[in-house]
Design a protein around this ligand. Structure first.
Ligand SMILES: [Zn+2]
Length: 271
């Protein structure tokens, strides 16, 4: 698996990029909590607008992160995530939706081929994934919690890029960002049952039963598996080793912090 690069700026901003997506004409990044202006339980880089943080601070955080990525903040298109499998085709008219004006859609995945239209996915333990096809020049972003992982949201995003823009899975570059890892994602039997219902015996290597009867589930590895199954080449998939729940000094973690927290964002944009 290819890797990730961490960028630590003099301002205090820290974010990651995936080596698979370090390509000309493309900008992207995975945020951390470091480098924003929010305070208290939102300190400091909270990119979630509706979590109780002051809107002016969240917008200032977007300006900081987007400036570092060199993408137009005012044109960001935000997902409205509902743990389902819908993929929204983002058009020029969606510029600014969810950030500077209301959304009229719900979708856990966004795709577009419009330049200078940053796609934004949120997470705080769930798995953020980003996609780029350098041949047809289209991009995607998807939020994969355990429900979305079982619904195959990552494969559905790749399939939608093919159906809408003609992208071939074997050309698509993918990045699976920071999220809760196997070490911290302890679940009851419902999560492994959902993975086995979706993927059969192929899910088994990513599910471990503990002595106490609970399970540990490797969501990032299952998403990588689902992408390979959809035809994405292993060398085109970067998987972050970072566990959001292990390192709450650097990441927002719903499992560790509950609702008293900010949100991470993954952003991708054609330039
Ligand atoms: Zn962990």
């Amino acid at each position: 698996m290819a890797g990730f690069t961490t960028h630590a700026e003099a301002s205090g901003l820290v974010y990651h990029t995936a080596d698979t997506l370090a390509l000309p004409g493309l900008r992207h990044g995975f945020s951390t909590r470091a480098g924003g202006v929010s305070r208290g339980i939102f300190g400091t880089l909270n990119l979630g607008l509706h979590r109780g943080d002051a809107e002016e601070n969240v917008l200032a955080n977007y300006r900081i992160f987007c400036a570092a990525l060199d993408v137009p903040m005012e044109r960001c298109v935000l997902s409205k995530q509902v743990h389902r499998s819908g993929v929204k085709i983002v058009l020029e008219g969606d510029a600014g939706a969810g950030l500077l004006r209301p959304q009229d859609y719900e979708a856990d995945a966004l795709i577009t081929n419009v330049p200078d239209l940053p796609l934004v996915i949120f997470s705080a333990d769930c798995i953020p994934t980003l996609y780029y096809d350098p041949v047809t020049r289209c991009i995607g972003a998807a939020h994969a919690g355990w429900r979305g992982t079982a619904l195959g949201i990552s494969a559905r995003t790749v399939e939608a890029m093919g159906r809408v823009y003609g992208a071939r899975a074997s050309d698509i570059r993918a990045a699976i960002g920071p999220g809760i890892a196997r070490c911290c994602f302890e679940t009851d039997g419902d999560v492994p049952a959902a993975m086995t219902a979706a993927y059969g015996a192929e899910a088994a290597p990513y599910l471990t039963q503990k002595e106490n009867g609970k399970w540990q589930v490797d969501l990032k590895a299952i998403n990588a598996h689902v992408l390979r199954r959809a035809g994405v080449l292993p060398e085109h998939i970067a998987v972050s080793g970072a566990c959001t729940a292990c390192d709450t000094a650097l990441y927002w973690s719903h499992r560790r912090l509950g609702d008293a927290r900010g949100s991470l964002a993954a952003v991708i944009c054609l330039r």
